[in-house]
Design a protein around this ligand. Structure first.
Ligand code: G3H
Ligand code: 13P
Ligand code: NA
Ligand code: ZN
Length: 328
């Protein structure tokens, strides 16, 4: 059944677990997530970015998610719009049937330039007004995602700021978070603690100086009734990087957010954990491996099935690690 983000994360908070929010673009990813959830009886958050909507098309995305809900009627599913750049984008998603939207007012309408605090308050408050009226949840963002190592937003895929970010923009301030939540009424709040989107998050295994897990507890204490969201939470598995490289891929040395650090974050109040890159890496590794080891194969379904199995494996591991298994 389709549920709101507030409903799902209230349950997670009450029972002390976190929920992975997986980005989806196509049927195989949606099936992989739903099958993994079915395997371990986990609740599901499917999220679609602007890129996903232009890739699949609004109607395809909507109908694929409806098909997922019809196929797994006992699994609670949130359909969440990831990184809305304007209130108009959020409004369109609500019309399309999303049960949750993210108004990312940490950046201006161009989704590249850091916005003022006043701008963020204004657009997020506006979205809360019309979304809550129809029972749709809202995620806001305070602070800009980006690397504490380099000050770069770090993403090549167009999501996130461009150019250098100052150190204080890269870390969410608990005092400001309290004011932001009081003035907007958001259900969930994305925080900046040194993670960034994409495969290139850290040049080494992250330590506390570049991944500020310790800050989460203070933010949670300041806004105890608002569900904290960790973006850029892919772990960038070294084993998938190795498989990609073994079969012709070229991915430079890089490190993600270790699963045990995410689990610490959940212990400090994180409830929604955004993951896109790990599924991309696993699917790409599996497809490269399939075609490289079976060069005469030309049925794309073979590669898609291998990709789906790899994605399903990642999803199952995250559901289990985050305490989601058995919570559906
Ligand atoms: O928020 C970032 C996600 O990884 C979405 O990426 O814009 O390429 O769909 P995308
Ligand atoms: P990753 O790139 O780490 O998977 O993060 C995805 C994300 O935060 C989507 O909003
Ligand atoms: Na989001
Ligand atoms: Zn994100």
């Amino acid at each position: 059944a389709l549920v709101s983000l507030r409903q799902l994360l209230d349950h997670a908070a009450e029972h002390g677990y976190g929920v992975p929010a997986f980005n989806v673009n196509d049927m195989e990813q949606i099936q992989a997530i739903m099958e993994a959830a079915q395997d371990v009886q986990a609740p599901v958050i499917l999220q679609a970015s602007a890129g996903a909507r232009s890739y699949a098309g609004e109607a395809y995305l909507r109908h694929m998610v409806l098909a997922a809900i019809e196929t797994h009627p006992e699994i609670p599913v949130v359909l969440h719009q990831d990184h809305g750049a304007t209130p108009a984008v959020c409004q369109a998603s609500i019309r399309s049937g999303f049960s949750s939207v993210m108004m990312d007012g940490s950046l201006r309408e161009d989704a590249k330039t850091p916005a003022s605090y006043e701008y963020n308050l204004e657009v997020t408050r506006k979205v809360c007004e019309f979304a809550h009226w129809v029972g749709v949840s809202v995620e806001g963002e305070l602070g800009c995602l980006g690397s504490l190592e380099t000050g770069e937003a770090g993403e090549e895929d167009g999501v996130g700021a461009v150019g250098k970010l100052s150190h204080d923009m890269l870390l969410t301030d608990p005092v400001q978070a309290k004011d932001f939540v009081a003035q907007t009424g958001v259900d969930a709040l994305a925080i900046a603690i040194g993670t960034s989107h994409g495969a290139y998050k850290f040049t080494r295994q992250p330590t506390g100086d570049i991944l500020a897990i310790a800050r989460i507890a203070a933010i949670h204490a300041a806004v105890p009734d608002t569900h904290l969201v960790m973006h850029g939470s892919s772990s960038v598995p070294q084993e998938w990087l190795a498989i990609i490289r073994q079969h012709g891929g070229d991915i430079k040395e890089t490190y993600g957010v270790p699963v045990e650090e995410i689990v610490r974050g959940i212990g400090s109040g994180v409830r929604k954990v955004n993951i896109d890159t790990d599924i991309r890496l696993a699917m790409t590794g599996a497809m490269r491996q399939l075609f490289a080891t079976q060069p005469s194969e030309f049925d794309p379904r073979k590669a898609m099935l291998a990709a789906k199995k790899a994605a399903r494996g990642i999803c199952k591991l995250r559901f289990e690690a985050f305490g989601c298994a058995g919570q559906a």
